[in-house]
Design a protein around this ligand. Structure first.
Ligand SMILES: [Zn+2]
Length: 99
């Protein structure tokens, strides 16, 4: 199944396995600059392999969000819990901080 483009819909079939796609809301995590943002995103999800496909403007928004996180710029974000890492002094040396 090699049919690239020239349709209005960005994805007809799963580009990985050729399976049917279903439009649904999925959870997405984006990371940058030691921060994480979680959100629900509308995506095309493959019934067969679970591959998630995002519209072009959604992918652009992901890039924008990652950029904001890297710059520690938090406008348009709201706090949702808090994330932590362990301190260097944690007694079990098998456990180390992530940053
Ligand atoms: Zn698939």
């Amino acid at each position: 199944m090699e049919s690239k483009g020239n349709k209005m819909k960005p994805f007809e079939k799963c580009p990985v396995c050729g399976g049917e796609l279903e439009c649904k809301q999925v959870e997405k995590l984006l990371r940058g600059g030691g921060n994480t943002v979680s959100m629900k995103v509308t995506a095309e999800v493959c019934f067969h392999c679970g591959e998630k496909l995002y519209a072009e403007d959604v992918v652009k928004s992901f890039e924008e969000i990652r950029g904001k996180l890297r710059k520690q710029e938090f406008s348009h974000f709201k706090p949702l819990g808090q994330s932590f890492t362990v301190e260097e002094t944690w007694p079990n040396k098998a456990i180390q901080p992530t940053a």
